[in-house]
Design a protein. Sequence first.
Length: 665
Amino acid sequence: MTSPDAVPVSLAEIARIAGVGRAAVSNWRRRHDSFPAPVGGSDVKPQFALAEVEQWLRDNGKLKQAGGRELLWPRFETLAGRDESGLAIAEAAYRMRGAAPGPGAPLLSAQARALVTETAEIGGREGPSETFDFLLHRWLDAHVRQISATPPRLASLMARIAWGARSAQGRDGTLTVFDPACGSANLLAAAASVGSGSRYELLGCEADATLAALGAARLEFTGDARDVRARIATGDSLRVDPYPDLRADIALCNPPFNERDWGYEELATDPRWVHGLPPRTEPELAWVQHLLAHLRPGGAAVVVLPPAVASRRAGRRIRGSLLRHGLLRAVVALPQGCAQPHSVSLQLWVLCAPDGGSGRGVADALLVDGSRHARPGGRGPDWRATEDLVLSALESLDRPAAALPHGAVRVPLLDLLDDDVDVTPGRYVAAGPEVLGRESVARWSELDAVLSSLRELGAALAPLDAAIPAQGRHSTVTVGELVRAGAVTLRPGTHPPESAEVFRDPREQSVPLLTVPDLLLDGSPSAWLSGDGHPSVAEEGDVIVAGVVRAFDAWVHQGPPVALGAQLFALRVDPGKLDAHFLAGCLRAPANGRHAGTHASSSARVDVRRLSVLQLPLEDQVPYSETFRRITSFERHLSRARSLGSALAHDLNDRLASGGPGAVG
């Protein structure tokens, strides 16, 4: 096994081991001469010897109770790649459970086997389930670019939907749950967790052998309070079905999207394609029919699909057949951020196998649009609102006369079975009057406050505009000259390094990653990085410059640290020479950006070093700084007023066009 002395750890990992923030570790380095010296890395991303760090933390009483598990993870990262570390975690789970060796054990090296033994010992002290969950989540986070796992909240929602939609009672009191692309078994574990039964058969299949081993190990922990029989086969479930005779009570699946090599030619005559051969470009419809082929009468399936599957012309014949046979019972549009890819509003299709195999009595489909339930600023879904809407709507799946919540509608099959067979919820669901009413009241109130602030700012700025001479009287200096004089430090942003852990939602000790596309969209970061995963991080008080003509801007960063993507720059001022708000105000002048642009197109870069700044003593910068702040605030309020006004106008237009009162008092 690799000696702990040879295991490198970053500042962020030290913070996790000690259970503190990264800033605390930086303070320890400055205040304690005894803090271990770096053994590698760079000035921006130093690395330290794990053994030295552990000893220092113990000697100084800074090793928290969670340190045991945290000390394990850096050692797993030294194993020979993704597969060996994953298989070692799976084997450790079996060892902690006292179960028979898990799949893949013969592949482990001596180093990995020794680490498995140490993990089992720590798991015995700190809890087997807690230790395994910790290592599994760290492993999944470390390989988030290659592996798409169903988030726990979405897995729970899918399981609850399936439980409510099924009418099958199971055989001999045993409920069978099936997932043909199960990954690390999130959906299978969720089904056993939210269900009311006590005897389960959990069956899965996964093409990635390492994920299959981790999923099987995970299911070892589901049988503590229940009678659970679990099996995960390794292989391609579409090409070589490991359960050809299976008929499940519940099927859940988050299949791979947009795969072209899914077996179109070799599976052309497969008996599973009852509703038509899935087009080469529609592999998702192959997974849908695969799930239906494994449902017993009365069983229910819930599958995650990209929104295009609901409307692409290539799949309309299969969608039509699913509707006519009463199998596609509901389509739910989710808000962005529920699962990868996070920028897409994914859908859930709810499929039911009617008792007796007949679709008689099914006259409509339930369409639910939860895409509006996102948190402000692009911060992911509002899970509580989404769950309330979806579960409330699905409760009435088999009660045609029941009232539906706003955001859900029953659409007769005759209306859906047109030339397009488009089952996109947003095409049929309009926000209810109560929702629109609440949103409108809040928007009118906010617009009134914003307009009031604009009037105050306008009254202060208008006289100044008339007093400013046409030509300035002061000389200027460039950013490049300021850098050479030591008045500012310039750090360019960059793409995240390959070694960085990239997340699509905030994690502990992570920092947001701001990119030029984010600025062009709404200014909110769309990704997060591990605390030490980026060489250019802007701190509070730094001036950030967007060095692209189409997004050119400069502002003083407020709030927690943020990592900067390519073509973004951080300028840190010497407060004894420059005022940060004065610098940002000078830099963001549109004429400044045009002058420093490399060429005329909107995609042109801005040479930040050529941007000019008024050359003034520090005391004379203060009044400019205050005025620049007011101008920035004026622009921000103006942009918000425009956004609010546009939304209000669109909502009013929709409501009038649908028959709302047309008279204006």
